[in-house]
Design a protein around this ligand. Structure first.
Ligand SMILES: *Cc1c(COP(=O)(O)O)cnc(C)c1O
Length: 454
């Protein structure tokens, strides 16, 4: 019977290395980990396995403590070519944004103090003035993320009232965030108009009642309707809204402050454009195409923004000091017209094909692996510009000689330090330099060499 060979808790506790562990952690807690490790061993024995030695159990506990000590989330190398990769934390930040966040984290800040008077000041004054200049809006407010910005906006402006949305725009954004649910949560009633593929201005017109609080327009950022379609432009909605005294709210999603069409992509609605059209409030994310830290931004008419600021939810969804610092530094890049050179998202979007080809050819030459440099497509991702891609050059590595095939190579790459995330196409492992930072290249080449080693 293998159970008899199972070491006692005391024997494990007195084995090599355990003394060092109980110096760093509470003894009772380590004993608990040992008990759980022994439970797992018992289960393995029931399944036909062998009893571990005291040393094996101690090693298991040591491994668990090492993983507890790991920094999380960990840095990974994104070689997928998906620029705004939600699973990989969306936008990497500019050096100035990182510096601003570090200094805000390290010590005290003038977060809510006006240094010229020594009195209480607004945490957002500086950012608000930058956002006003960059978007042309009268007023601005930053909160935790775009989902909370929308929830705040709808709660503050439309509780107990009706909000009119096109049927084609009552969408799910991802991660279970659905426009109809947000409206319900904010206490508003959704009135959907038009059809999935076509909505006209008269549909909105006919639906307006004395109880209408707003006309809501949502950018269908993660899907595309093709063919027989019609949607109402913000400027048309604004005209109607002026006649009836009802504000237009526009969720543009990705927060592209630069014109995507100048980079060979489809046009993504910009906050500036909506403001110029006269929209009451524009909502967008700070960490998609804007390229900053997680945050949600509202810009628009002063009177409406003030109502959001005064709502009790504003405090619940307020932005933290580090994100505020990083977002301020990021928005400043746009005002200084240096976003393309400084904001990583835009550096990646604007990267030239020849430069990409040179980089990937260098990788290939540093490795002696069966692979070739071929043309490919990088995706924008992050629920913006669905189906839109940029021409790129990728390293395609053949896994024919490898028993585990591309899946094994992908797993080995994920186990590297830092982990490398790639993709598989036609049984080959594909690596796109567009989303790999230059300073990550050496680690990437090493990881590839190790992953393909027997
Ligand atoms: C991404 C997105 C959101 C949610 O933004 P978060 O910043 O992730 O909360 C809301 N609306 C649209 C149209 C989006 O694309």
């Amino acid at each position: 019977m293998q159970f008899r060979d199972l070491p006692s808790v005391d024997r494990v506790m007195s084995s090599d290395g355990m003394a060092a562990l109980t110096e760093s952690y509470p003894r009772d807690w380590v004993v608990d980990l040992v008990r759980r490790e022994l439970d797992r061993a018992r289960q393995k024995i029931r399944d036909g396995g062998k009893a571990p030695s005291a040393g094996d159990v101690a090693d298991g506990v040591g491994g668990e403590l090492r993983s507890i000590n790991e920094v999380a989330p960990r840095q990974v190398i994104n070689a997928t070519g998906v620029i705004v990769h939600t699973n990989l934390g969306r936008a990497p930040l500019s050096q100035s944004a990182i510096d601003a966040m570090t200094q805000a984290a390290r010590g005290y800040t003038d977060l809510e103090m006006d240094l010229s008077t020594g009195r209480r000041g607004s945490r957002q004054a500086h950012l608000q003035s930058l956002l006003q200049q960059v978007t042309g809006a009268e007023a601005a407010l930053a909160v935790n993320n775009n989902a909370s910005a929308l929830l705040l906006g709808l709660s503050a402006l439309s509780v107990g009232k009706e909000v009119i949305v096109s049927r084609g725009e009552a969408v799910e954004i991802g991660g279970g965030f659905r426009i109809p649910d947000v409206l319900k949560q904010s206490g508003a009633t959704l009135v959907d108009v038009g059809t999935t593929n076509r909505t006209y201005i008269r549909d909105y017109q006919d639906a307006i009642t004395d109880n209408t609080a707003a006309l809501l327009k949502v950018h269908s950022s993660n899907f595309r309707v093709e063919g027989f379609t019609a949607e109402v432009e913000p400027s048309e909605l604004v005209e109607l809204s002026k006649e009836r005294g009802i504000p237009v709210l526009h969720d543009v999603g990705s927060g592209a402050l630069l014109p995507t069409e100048a980079y060979g992509l489809a046009h993504e609605p910009t906050p500036q454009q909506s403001i110029a059209a006269g929209v009451g409030l524009v909502f967008f994310s700070g960490d998609k195409l804007l390229g900053g830290p997680q945050s949600g931004i509202v810009v628009g008419q002063t009177e409406l923004v003030r109502r959001l600021e005064r709502h009790p939810l504003a405090r619940a969804v307020r932005i933290d000091k580090m994100s505020l610092a990083g977002l301020t530094a990021t928005v400043l890049h746009y005002l200084k017209q240096e976003a393309e050179a400084e904001v990583p998202i835009w550096k990646m979007i604007s990267a030239g094909e020849q430069g990409i080809k040179d980089r990937v050819t260098r990788w290939k030459n540093q490795l002696s692996l069966p692979g070739e440099v071929i043309s490919g497509r990088s995706a924008i991702g992050g629920g913006s510009l669905p189906g839109e891609t940029l021409p790129t050059w990728v390293l395609a590595l053949s896994c024919e000689g490898d028993a585990g095939g591309p899946e094994r190579v992908m797993r080995r790459l994920r186990e590297a330090d830092p982990p490398v995330i790639a993709r598989i196409e036609d049984d080959r492992v594909i690596l796109d330099p567009r989303t790999v930072m230059p300073e990550e290249e050496e680690a990437l080449v090493t990881a590839l060499r190790d992953a393909f080693a027997a």
